[in-house]
Design a protein around this ligand. Structure first.
Ligand SMILES: Cc1cc2nc3c(=O)[nH]c(=O)nc-3n(C[C@H](O)[C@H](O)[C@H](O)COP(=O)(O)OP(=O)(O)OC[C@H]3O[C@@H](n4cnc5c(N)ncnc54)[C@H](O)[C@@H]3O)c2cc1C
Length: 397
């Protein structure tokens, strides 16, 4: 349940609450989380009572209803801590709640969103399959109409929060005649349904404390009332609408991570002496830090600008894709250079920078991998210029 005091806070007060929570509780608990191999239960309870599961959900459904720019500003704060914390509520605030909000029936919104906002009902977004990753439209999980419901068969992999979710938003094929996006529908599936099984991977390279999982559906009965929006065949467009939120959250996460990495690394080179002086006195070290800072601020500016445009009513989806692409590549580049500046400490021991270096790598792969974004952006540019000579989401007046 969200603390009633938090529900009363205006945005500047709430932002300060989250900044203090990050500094005083999330960052100090990082080593404990790594040693335990999971996010401590008391931290999860605090995240729920502080409303982090509900930042994007409207007040009418029990959430905090912050604007996209406010969500981005919050993300910049709480992702100064390990991005593993965020992944525990990311599927609720981004992909799942947004799809239910934008496309669910009123009954589905009322049934799901208040407990999602309170952190009492965790949802996972189940799209990716073994044979359908970047090419999600060709997924093979099926949902066959049977009496007053559907029967689901198939499997999903790489699903964030699969092991902890109370419900999944599952994308499945309802039409055999349409093998592409038009045959895909979305379903709310209770994780406790007979025939549902989840499994965790044996190895995670990064994000080890919040591993992704596999989900198997073996003749799972789903009531017709759980077909999202009560409409078949539009599942993928429902998924893509929410993906714009999630991509902006990821872009902000990359900026938050790079901020902390640069804070930690600058402190390190100030304190570490070689050749009789701090590493920070070396021109080569300064050049690296300055270049990283410029790239960090470019990522921040692009992300915040996209969020502002979003709040004005138009979803600048190409610029959002660019923000996600640029910021995720930037965070990885910054992390890699900073590991170099740490020397042996970047490889040996519990320093947070190498842990974040491993964690940010995944951000270039999910919510659209970097090469897929590059390809899609180029295709949109070519199409648009051929039509009217402008670039996608053009600033031209
Ligand atoms: C930590 C993590 C969390 C995730 N969470 C979720 C989740 O909650 N829900 C969910 O449904 N999925 C999730 N995913 C899955 C993620 O969306 C997929 O991994 C991603 O879409 C890529 O699919 P794939 O892994 O099958 O790679 P593939 O599709 O096999 O692609 C591999 C690589 O090939 C290249 N490539 C592929 N297609 C193209 C193209 N058209 N043009 C240029 N290059 C291309 C890219 O370099 C790409 O990285 C998660 C993944 C990770 C790593």
């Amino acid at each position: 349940m969200i603390d009633p005091d938090v529900l009363d806070q205006d945005f500047p007060t709430y932002l300060k609450t989250i900044a203090e929570f990050t500094e005083n509780e999330l960052i100090p608990a990082e080593n404990e989380m790594v040693e335990a191999g999971e996010v401590p239960a008391r931290i999860l309870a605090r995240m729920a009572s502080l409303g982090l599961f509900g930042i994007s959900i409207p007040r009418a459904y029990g959430g905090l209803e912050w604007s996209m720019e406010q969500q981005v500003r919050l993300t910049l704060e709480f992702t100064r801590a390990s991005c593993v914390y965020r992944s525990r509520f990311s599927t609720v605030i981004g992909l799942c709640s947004q799809a239910i909000l934008d496309h669910g029936t009123e009954e589905q919104r009322r049934r799901m969103l208040p407990s999602m906002a309170a952190g009492e009902l965790v949802t996972a977004f189940a799209l990716t399959e073994e044979s359908a990753g970047s090419d999600a439209a060709h997924l093979r999980t099926t949902a066959v109409r049977d009496g007053d419901g559907y029967v689901l068969d198939g499997s999903k992999r790489y699903i964030t929060n699969a092991a902890w979710a109370d419900a999944f938003l599952v994308f499945a094929r309802t039409s055999e005649s349409d093998e592409g996006a038009g045959g895909v529908s979305a379903f709310i599936v209770d994780a406790a349904s007979p025939g549902v099984r989840t499994a965790l991977p044996t190895v995670m390279n990064g994000h080890a404390e919040a591993p992704v999982g596999e989900i198997y559906f073996d003749g799972v009965r789903v009531p017709a009332a759980n077909l999202l929006g009560d409409v078949e065949g539009t599942g993928l467009s429902m998924a893509l609408r929410g993906i714009n939120h999630a991509r902006l959250h990821v872009a902000a996460t990359c900026v938050g991570q790079a901020t902390r990495i640069l804070e930690e690394t600058t402190a390190h080179v100030l304190g570490r002496k070689q050749f009789g002086a701090p590493l920070a006195d070396l021109g080569a070290v300064q050049a690296t830090l300055g270049a990283c800072f410029a790239e960090l601020e470019a990522g921040r500016a692009l992300t915040v600008e996209c969020a502002r445009t979003f709040d004005e009513g138009a979803i600048p989806r190409h610029r959002i894709a660019a923000a996600k692409l640029y910021s995720s590549e930037m965070a990885s580049r910054v992390a890699d250079r900073c590991v170099q500046l740490l020397g042996g400490e970047g490889i040996v021991g519990p320093h947070p920078v190498p842990r974040m270096w491993r964690d940010v790598r995944a951000l270039r792969i999910y919510e659209g991998s970097s090469p897929v974004h590059e390809r899609n952006l180029a295709k949109a540019m070519i199409r648009q210029v051929a039509t009217d000579g402008t670039l996608p989401n053009s600033y031209r007046v």
